[in-house]
Design a protein around this ligand. Structure first.
Ligand SMILES: Nc1nc2c(ncn2[C@@H]2O[C@H](COP(=O)(O)OP(=O)(O)OP(=O)(O)O)[C@@H](O)[C@H]2O)c(=O)[nH]1
Ligand SMILES: [Mg+2]
Length: 396
């Protein structure tokens, strides 16, 4: 949908922001998106919660050029009627000619379809979908889910459904599809910290700048402040002084120890020193997956740490090919789970599905902002499915 005026309204509550939007843009205004934001605070802590609503006035979409089958059928039958009224010299009607013409017309339409539609298979498949699913199919394509995956999901889903006509316009089909898509998204639930004798050791690895350190800070704060667990932080990211300082600052604010390690041996010692903790979170240096030397160094660190779990952190803003490349390269260490960050910075979430369908590691967390500790959620397959089908935004 196109919008003539598009504006952002910020207020304490959503209804207040919507009221401002209607007042400013008129009653035709529609809400394009709504998200919770935070203003002020320090390092994301103690910020004030506000709601940001984007609204606009829709402009009627240009009518799309299409094939009018009704008009074609009318023209065809009129022509047949005229022609069948003319007797042939030998007295027979021209029925065989008509059959040929019908066939020609059919061929014309088929050729027309073939040359007009951008993706023959895609659109032919699309045209066979029940009306109630077409919008949802488009939403997944808009979300940049790979076309093959979308088609696979819809065709498998339709096989599970008894009769097409039973489904038209029913909310039930939408819920069933939602459920079906959610089953394609494996999730692990949160990090489980039991009060056993050995700590849970979790390492975050991933490409540069995806949000590993921030995610660790969020988890450290949540497990310390909300779950009341003993958390220790270890950082093996000693390439940049700022990286160590970043984690130390978070550790200081939360009130937990931060160990800095320079070798794989030191990481082992640091883990052993904190055997009385409930949870040890280990930050690693963001490294280019193209740097073989650093990748083998990472491997040595992970072997030293002997983690309970290793989470590969990926950004939802990264393009699919680069995500694929990152998973392949980081697979040199044993991976257990995916974390997807920066969902607040993109409007398309298809890559999450594309990646989990291909690599099958479950999702542990998604993050949706820079604020520590609140901008993180335990990955919820139903919520992600709702996002993929255009029913939900991921901001919190
Ligand atoms: N919008 C948004 N920004 C985020 C999110 N998570 C992290 N960031 C920001 O991304 C930038 C990089 O975050 P870091 O946590 O330093 O990333 P990193 O993976 O540790 O980076 P390196 O250690 O350099 O590899 C910072 O500005 C963070 O505030 C998120 O969910 N949404
Ligand atoms: Mg970092």
């Amino acid at each position: 949908m196109k919008f003539a005026k598009k504006r952002i309204f910020i207020a304490n509550t959503e209804s207040e922001a919507v009221r401002m939007a209607k007042e400013s843009l008129g009653s035709n205004a529609v809400i394009i998106s709504s998200r919770r934001i935070k203003k002020g605070g320090f390092l994301g802590l103690f910020a004030k919660k506000m709601v940001e609503v984007t609204a606009g006035v829709p402009v009627e979409e240009e009518k799309k050029r299409g094939i009018d089958f009704d008009i074609l059928a009318q023209l065809l039958s009129r022509r047949h009627a005229e022609e069948s009224a003319i007797p042939e010299k030998n007295g027979n009607t021209q029925s065989s000619d008509i059959a040929v013409q019908i066939q020609e017309m059919k061929n014309m339409i088929a050729t027309f379809i073939e040359h007009t539609l951008p993706s023959k298979n895609g659109d032919m498949f699309f045209s066979t979908l029940p009306q109630s699913l077409k919008g949802l199919y488009n939403k997944m394509i808009e979300n940049e889910v790979n076309e093959g995956i979308v088609k696979g999901i819809f065709s498998e889903f339709l096989k599970e459904i008894p009769k097409e006509e039973d489904l038209e316009g029913k909310e039930e089909i939408v819920n069933k599809l939602l459920e079906y898509v959610s089953r394609k998204i494996p999730v692990s639930g949160p990090i489980v910290v039991d009060d056993g004798k050995t700590p849970m050791v979790v390492v975050m690895v991933g490409p540069t700048g995806v949000g590993k350190t921030t995610t660790i800070a969020k988890l450290a704060a949540i497990y310390t402040l909300y779950e009341r667990k003993d958390v220790a932080l270890i950082t093996a990211d000693t390439y940049r002084v700022a990286a160590v300082e970043q984690l130390k600052t978070y550790g200081k604010i939360i009130g937990i120890p931060v160990e800095v390690v320079f070798t794989p041996q030191e990481i082992r010692q640091a883990v052993e020193e904190h055997m009385d903790a409930d949870l040890i979170l280990i930050d690693t240096a963001g490294r280019s997956q193209h740097d073989e030397m650093k990748m083998s160094e990472l491997k040595a660190y992970i072997e030293g740490a002997e983690p309970t779990e290793t989470h590969l952190v990926l950004s939802a803003t990264t393009k699919y090919k680069d995500l694929e490349d990152a998973v392949e390269r980081f697979s040199c260490v044993p991976l257990d789970k995916f974390v997807f960050t920066k969902l607040d910075e993109t409007t398309t979430f298809g890559n999450i599905l594309n990646i989990v369908v291909k690599y099958r590691y479950p999702l542990s967390y998604i993050t949706n902002g820079q604020n520590v500790p609140n901008d993180i959620e335990v990955a919820d397959s139903m919520k992600i499915a709702r996002g993929l089908l255009g029913m939900e935004v991921f901001y919190s």
